[in-house]
Structures are given as structure tokens and as C-alpha cells.
Design a binder for this molecule. Structure first.
Ligand SMILES: *Cc1c(COP(=O)(O)O)cnc(C)c1O
Length: 415
């Protein structure tokens, strides 16, 4: 990753880029929404396509000179169609939030009703949080996970749908470690004649590879991010049946966005091509195997996990049982000092502030990209526990940091 030109023009930014590269190389990226893209995706995203205006869609643009932009976007669409099997894919959303925005804009009017999962139970800001436009423009009610099991309370969701009569039900989550039963949510949507948006932002890669069931063909709309478990660079996508294709395309552009970020779409095309290779399926299986190992290791040490384990790439530990005086944010800080980067996270039945909540969330997508297997992940689980159990000990944090440095060297990121 040559930044010689940046260094000539702007040493301050060049230093920050070099620092960030070293930071990624020398820390364990366990924020469940993060991953590491290939150098091929980096090159595509850092390409001359950043110069090109291509408002419109392939074959019908508002600007001249779009022949290569068309080629790239068509490739991204073709590959996405192959990966997820939807009738129609729009690859232009700048992010997962903007993919969701396009769906709401396509089918809702201001004041319409959204039924979604509570943020502290694993939902997302763009599903109706009061601080997000969705919480301000639409009338939002929320369903929850079952407090005893940590699984989505599907019966409660159904009952909430029947009493609230929403226009759209949103499924798909940010901090939910279990398989989502799309058909049960669809049944609730059918019962009240609501649309169903399945937001697979976190599990886009797992769904593409078939290690998590797909909502495509069940939900009316499927949205995703392209930088979490699929390594195609920062961005979003929307998928739907042919019947909604025009409405979605218009809602993305001109409804909510101007010119597409063609360099990011090139990154998507390249990342999707990589995800169509057989190695990607093996990668996603390893991601899930590693998450299971991480879950078992933490549980063996005595940590409580929401839902008692995981089916996907993430675990959510509720520290209140084992470490009642340790908020998740403090655990996050101690772990970061040992170069293990994850986040404090709210848990179902949260009793603390969202700024320093009761849980920690950890994902295995990034480690698995570096080549970590179950054995290496189990060691990471041991290291996480040592820090959590000794947040006040500079010696422990130092020792864990030393071991993390060795692991990072053993599993290098970029050449
Ligand atoms: C990450 C995430 C998104 C997308 O977030 P962006 O940062 O806007 O790309 C959307 N929905 C869910 C459930 C997510 O976890």
C-alpha cells in the first residue's frame, strides 16, 4: 500500500494512514462489524473511478463517458445476483443505513409504522431509534428478545404485530448471535399485511456462502452492508423481487442519493468475485467455527453469554453475572490497552448507560481473515478472559499485549 504521493502532499495524513495500517497489523480486530479487505479491493476502492460521475444506472446515465462505470456496476450486480440469488440488486447505496433508507423511502409515507427490534436487544439505529431519522419520521414500536433465552421472542413479535398493525417489520440485527428464523417473521408480516425488510448487514457473507439461512425469496426486501462478513469494502446493497425493482432504484437515486461512489462499487465487484470462489465458503465456515470456540472458551472461564452461545460470527457476553462491578466499556478499554479491539455493548435487560453498557461483543470475521483457526481463537478467548478478570492489573495487560503482538506477527495481515 504505497502512499508515497500522499506523503509528498500531506505528511500529516500519510502519518495517520501509516499509523492506522500499523494499528490494524498489530491489534486483533474483534469488533463484530469489522473485517479486512484484500489488497485487490483496496486498489479498486482507491481507483480513478472516484473521479467519475455516473448518476443513473448502467445503460441509462445522466452523464457521458460512463462505459467503464457501466462495466464495473454490471459486474457488481451480476456477482451479487449470483451470491444472494435475488431477482434484483441495487449496488449503489453508500452504506447499510442508506440501503435501509431506500427501502423505507420506497414503500413508506411519513407517519407510517415500523416494528423492529429494540436497539439494546440487538437492533440497529436505522431501524427506528429516536436519534435516527427513522425514529423521527415514522411511528416505531419495538419487539424484544426473550429475557430467559436471549432468542428473538417470535410469539411476542407476532403479538406486537397484531396489536400495532405495522406497515413494515424489520428483521436482521447488529448484536444477535443466533440464527434468524425468517419465515416466522414473514408469517407475522403476512398476518398483518406488512412489508418485511430483512437487514442482513452483519451476516451478508454468511448468507452468501449458505452458512446462515437466506431471507431472499422470503422477505420483500433484503438489505446488507458490504464490509462486514463479506469483504467487499465499505458500502451497502438492496435486494428485492422484480416487482419492486423500479421503486427501489428510484428510492436510491434520485430519491436519497446523488452520484454513486463508483470506486466503492468497483470494490464491491472485486470483493463479490472473491466471495464466489470456493475458498470463501471455507472462510465463512471457519468464521462460525471460531466464534463457537470463542463462545465455549469464554463460558468455560465462567462468562455468561446472551443466548448461551452462537450460531454465527459473534458472541455477546453479559458481564453482570461474573463481573457485576465491571461495565463493558471499562472492559473494552482494558482490552484495547492489550491490543484486543472489541466493543462494550448493550445487552437485553440493560441496566447501565449505552455509553458504558453491561456487555461486550466480539466477532471472529477479522481474525479468521488473518488465518486464525480454532486453536488460535481459543487462546484469544483465554487472553480476553485474563484481561476481563484483571482490568486493574497493568502487569496482566502488559503480558497479554506481548502475546497479542506475537500472534499478530504469526498471522500477518498485508504483505
Ligand atoms: C452495520 C449495520 C448496518 C449498516 O451500517 P452502516 O454503518 O450504515 O453501513 C445496518 N443494519 C444493521 C443491522 C447493522 O448491524
Amino acid at each position: 500500500m504505497d502512499t508515497a504521493h500522499v506523503r509528498d502532499v500531506d505528511p500529516a495524513v500519510a502519518d495517520a494512514l501509516a499509523g492506522e495500517r500499523d494499528r490494524q497489523e498489530q491489534t486483533l480486530a474483534m469488533i463484530a462489524s469489522e473485517n479486512h479487505v484484500s489488497e485487490a479491493v483496496l486498489e479498486a476502492q482507491g481507483s480513478v473511478l472516484t473521479n467519475k460521475y455516473a448518476e443513473g444506472y448502467p445503460g441509462s446515465r445522466y452523464y457521458a463517458g460512463c462505459e467503464y462505470a457501466d462495466e464495473v456496476e454490471e459486474l457488481a450486480i451480476e456477482r451479487a445476483t449470483e451470491l444472494w440469488g435475488a431477482d434484483h440488486v441495487n449496488v449503489q447505496p453508500h452504506s447499510g443505513t442508506q440501503a435501509n433508507q431506500a427501502v423505507y423511502y420506497a414503500v413508506l409515507e411519513p407517519g407510517d409504522k415500523i416494528l423492529s427490534l429494540d436497539l439494546t436487544h440487538g437492533g440497529h439505529l436505522s431501524h427506528g431509534h429516536p436519534a435516527n431519522f427513522t425514529g423521527q419520521i415514522y411511528d416505531v414500536e419495538q419487539y424484544e428478545v426473550d429475557p430467559d433465552t436471549g432468542y428473538i421472542d417470535y410469539d411476542g413479535l407476532r403479538a406486537a404485530a397484531e396489536s400495532f398493525d405495522p406497515d413494515i417489520i424489520v428483521s436482521g440485527y447488529s448484536a444477535y448471535p443466533r440464527t434468524v428464523e425468517w419465515d416466522r417473521i414473514q408469517a407475522a408480516a403476512d398476518a398483518v399485511d406488512a412489508y418485511h425488510l430483512a437487514d442482513i448487514a452483519h451476516i451478508t457473507g454468511l448468507v452468501a456462502a449458505g452458512v446462515h439461512p437466506s431471507p431472499v425469496g422470503i422477505a420483500d426486501f433484503v438489505t446488507g452492508s458490504t464490509h462486514k462478513t463479506i469483504r467487499a469494502g465499505r458500502g451497502g446493497i438492496v435486494m428485492c423481487d422484480e416487482a419492486f425493482a423500479d421503486d427501489i432504484d428510484k428510492a436510491v437515486f434520485p430519491g436519497g442519493q446523488g452520484g454513486p461512489l463508483m470506486h466503492n462499487i468497483a470494490g464491491k465487484a472485486v470483493g463479490f468475485k472473491e466471495a464466489l470462489e470456493p475458498e470463501f465458503e471455507a472462510y465463512t465456515e471457519q468464521v462460525v467455527a471460531n466464534a463457537n470456540t470463542l463462545a465455549e472458551t469464554l463460558q468455560d472461564h465462567g462468562l455468561s453469554l446472551v443466548s448461551g452461545g452462537t450460531d454465527n460470527h459473534l458472541v455477546l457476553a453479559d458481564l453482570r453475572d461474573s463481573h457485576p462491578d465491571l461495565p463493558g466499556g471499562d472492559a473494552e478499554d482494558a482490552l484495547a490497552a492489550a491490543n484486543i479491539v472489541l466493543n462494550g455493548n448493550t445487552v437485553p435487560g440493560e441496566t447501565r448507560s449505552p455509553f458504558n453498557p453491561s456487555g461486550i461483543r466480539a466477532g471472529t470475521a477479522g481474525l479468521t481473515t488473518r488465518g486464525f483457526d480454532e486453536e488460535a481463537t481459543a487462546e484469544v478467548g483465554d487472553l480476553i478472559y485474563r484481561v476481563v478478570d484483571n482490568v486493574e492489573s497493568d502487569d496482566v495487560i502488559y503480558e497479554v499485549g506481548e502475546r497479542v503482538a506475537e500472534l499478530c506477527e504469526e498471522y500477518p495481515l498485508y504483505e
